[in-house]
Design a protein around this ligand. Structure first.
Ligand code: ADP
Ligand code: ZN
Ligand code: ZN
Length: 741
């Protein structure tokens, strides 16, 4: 498209973002403007020059062309925090689709409606030495009110006005007189709310062990090298990663810079915040979903004003407007929570790396079970890889036992609890130790499996399990392949095929029946719906008000229960057959994490994993805590299937209330892509298929996948698709979004 007009926003506050103004692009700037660029434009009746940002282009004037003003200039030297965020938004829009306004809204927080609170203070205007001299003079003259104020101000240069008139009992006329003499000044300062309510002393950092020391030294030695921008620290839980993060943050602070620490919300516990507080004191702040929009906004303001150096929080903390960002740390980098579910569907890891490039900062990724993407890149030299092999404090890893549910069935046990697990529970109850029973339902889609041999019905084209639908058919969520439910197992001929339906509530009933004297708590979406429900259950369990905690993945993240010595995984298969190419990876991560919950205190821990697939590599290697072997097998599967990270995968999500339009629109889109890609390039287009949830709120949802080994090509295809969608009226009733990998 030729650049004729540019859409400009002149006021970067959330509520005004939707208001854009069209400007003419002068000849000398044609073809040179990009989204996110800061420009100077004449504005309003007086045409005074104001700063604006380009957020889009158009060919036709929206009003009488003569009335449209012209862009004055590009603000080339402008490099403030705001411009940085606009450029980041532009990158996100280009990468993930959607509109520029949606991208800008993601990086800029909602401005608070109520005005920030102001507090009146008294500030010393002269030096402390001069103040000391004045103090002596007032003492000689026995002007005791003045003495009280000066003593306080010598101690601290700025004190609350209320303190002076209240506790110090000094009248306003005395204050006024001191103000007239130029000794002090009354001012109003804006007070931003601080969500960190912590007390306690700053503690000395621990002495790093040899492994930690080596990593910290190496990262610092290569601090400014482009090829070392991103580092991955692979270390089991408790191996001392957090201590490394804090040492690196301290280094960033020495360089005069700031740090962002991303932690999945669910792991952002009071203990975690306190650890950072004890090291960095009031210079830290946090963001989490329970803060009001005003409180969140305040934290960004405090960061802008240089009141804090470290921001801790989930995904959105990534956009903290620090003036001199030096390091971004992403803990538990494999977590799904880093993937945004709303437009733009960005991944925090990718955006962090982009922001770090733009602002010359470092990125540190840490995990006990790195995502395949990150480990693959680290192995290929794109990230720097560090490994921590031991736990920092001497504590044994739990012993893990895998129980084959097929043999349980053969010996006549149809309960959700195997004989082994039941015996171990009993044993712990007698010893007054605690037990966690874990149901990994993440992404559970309903699959059909053989209870005799463990076989799961898979898609013949995609090597992922087929999902069971309400209409009684089995469906592939990648290619749309459909088949009737088979009557017999294709592997062993058994007719004992069934869908695996088990919920936390059912398990609770069984456990209560079998152990009537045990106190049981259940944690899932139902029991945590009320405010703080989540925290209540966890602290009740921590205080040993219950012997057994039953729950979904919520229970396995970031909590230390020293009295838990047994963790039971009810059916590892639930996440193993979730119908996506990531299901083995997710299973390995969940099982490793769950196993890490047992034996965190003095007593040794034990883990029982129940499954119909006891030989599966994700289960075997999780039991051995062997990431490396798991990775080798999994990457082979990704290579053969053409799945990320070996290949790139772009998902095209379509949604509409009109199913027919949606069907047609997605099919045409597929044809269009097949037409435009060069024949030689081996781009594969898979689908369209129903999304895992095929209909939400009467809106139908379909998905199309485009696979190719290089991402560049996919981005180009995406741009062409966007143009095609814009140019065809048929797409007006369909919303299309893109998602990389
Ligand atoms: P991770 O972040 O990898 O889970 P942490 O940094 O939380 O590991 O360390 C686990 C525990 O070991 C924490 O209690 C931490 O204070 C302690 N720890 C870590 N490094 C050291 C060290 N060098 N000396 C003593 N204790 C350490
Ligand atoms: Zn079978
Ligand atoms: Zn398929």
């Amino acid at each position: 498209m030729r650049q004729q007009y540019a859409d400009i926003i002149v006021d970067i506050t959330q509520e005004k973002l939707d208001r854009t103004f069209q400007y003419k692009i002068p000849e000398n700037l044609k073809g040179k403007l990009t989204e996110g660029m800061p420009v100077e434009v004449p504005f309003g009746r007086g045409s005074r020059m104001v700063k604006g940002y380009v957020i889009g282009f158009s060919e036709k004037p929206e009003i009488d062309a003569d009335k449209i003003k012209e862009i004055h200039a590009v603000l080339e030297k402008e490099l403030g925090a705001e411009t940085g965020r606009m450029m980041l938004a532009a990158w996100m829009r280009q990468q993930y689709g959607g509109t520029m306004i949606q991208a800008v809204k993601t990086v800029i927080p909602v401005k608070q409606k109520q005005r920030p609170k102001e507090k009146k203070t008294v500030r010393l205007l002269i030096s402390k030495q001069e103040a000391g001299e004045k103090l002596q003079i007032f003492k000689k003259k026995h002007q005791s009110a003045r003495v009280r104020v000066m003593e306080a101000l010598v101690e601290e240069e700025q004190i609350p006005y209320e303190l002076v008139t209240g506790k110090l009992n000094v009248t306003s006329s005395v204050i006024r007189s001191l103000e007239e003499q130029g000794i002090l000044k009354c001012e109003a300062v804006t007070v931003y709310r601080n969500p960190v309510h912590a007390e306690g002393k700053i503690a000395h950092p621990v002495l790093l062990n040899e492994e930690q020391e080596r990593i910290v030294k190496d990262i610092i030695a290569h601090w400014y090298e482009e090829s070392c921008r991103v580092s991955l620290i692979h270390g089991i839980t408790g191996s001392g990663k957090t201590e490394i993060y804090m040492e690196l943050i301290a280094h960033a602070a020495e360089l005069g810079g700031q740090a962002i620490v991303l932690i999945p919300e669910i792991a952002l516990t009071y203990q975690t915040v306190m650890r950072f507080y004890r090291r960095f004191g009031e210079r830290i702040s946090i963001i989490h979903s329970r803060l009001s929009p005003g409180e969140r906004y305040d934290q960004f303001e405090r960061a802008k004003r240089g009141e804090i150096d470290v921001m801790i929080g989930p995904r959105s903390a990534l956009f903290t407007p620090f003036p001199n960002l030096k390091i971004i740390i992403i803990d538990e980098e494999h977590e799904d929570a880093y993937q945004s579910e709303t437009v733009p569907r960005y991944h925090a890891r990718e955006v962090a790396i982009q922001r770090a490039k733009m602002e010359n900062a470092k990125v540190i990724l840490g995990s006990a079970t790195p995502s395949l993407e990150s480990y693959y890149r680290a192995k290929n030299g794109i990230y720097r890889l560090y490994t921590l092999k031991k736990r920092a404090k001497e504590s044994r890893l739990p012993s893990v036992q895998i129980v084959d549910l097929r043999t349980e069935l053969r010996s006549g046990n149809r309960s959700v609890l195997s004989v082994a697990l039941r015996e171990k529970i009993e044993e712990r109850l007698e010893k007054k130790q605690q037990i966690m029973l874990f149901l990994n339902r993440r992404g559970y889609a309903g699959f059909l499996s053989c209870r005799s041999c463990g076989e799961v019905i898979k898609c013949p084209h995609c090597d992922v399990s087929l999902s069971l639908h309400n209409n009684g058919k089995l469906i592939c969520h990648y290619c749309g392949y459909e088949q009737e439910n088979p009557k017999k197992c294709p592997q062993c001929g058994s007719s004992f095929l069934s869908s695996f339906r088990v919920g936390t509530q059912q398990i609770e009933e069984v456990v209560r029946r079998e152990f009537p004297n045990a106190n049981v708590l259940r944690m899932d979406l139902d029991t945590t719906r009320e405010k703080e429900g989540h925290t209540k259950i966890l602290s009740a369990f921590a205080d040993h008000h219950a012997d057994i905690l039953i729950g979904t993945q919520m229970i396995v993240k970031g909590h230390d229960f020293p009295n838990v010595t047994l963790v039971g995984v009810i059916a590892a298969d639930l996440s193993l057959h979730s119908g996506t190419y990531r299901s083995s990876e997710k299973t390995f991560q969940l099982l490793t994490q769950a196993a890490g919950r047992a034996g965190r205190g003095e007593m040794p821990g034990e883990v029982v994993i129940q499954t119909y697939n006891p030989e599966h590599y994700s289960i075997v290697n999780a039991a051995r805590q062997d990431y490396e072997s798991f990775y080798e097998e999994e990457i082979l599967y990704r290579m053969l299937g053409g799945y990320p990270p070996v290949s790139h995968l772009m998902a095209v999500h379509g949604s509409s209330s009109d199913l027919e339009h949606l069907d047609a629109g997605m099919s045409y889109l597929k044809k269009y892509v097949e037409q435009i890609v060069p024949k030689k390039a081996r781009v594969s287009v898979v689908g369209p298929a129903d999304e895992q949830i095929a209909k939400i709120n009467d809106t139908y949802r379909k998905i199309l996948y485009i696979k190719y080994k290089e991402q560049e090509m996919l981005l180009k295809i995406k741009e062409r698709m966007e143009q095609y969608i814009k140019a065809n009226e048929g797409y007006q009733t369909i919303s299309i979004q893109f998602d990389m990998n």
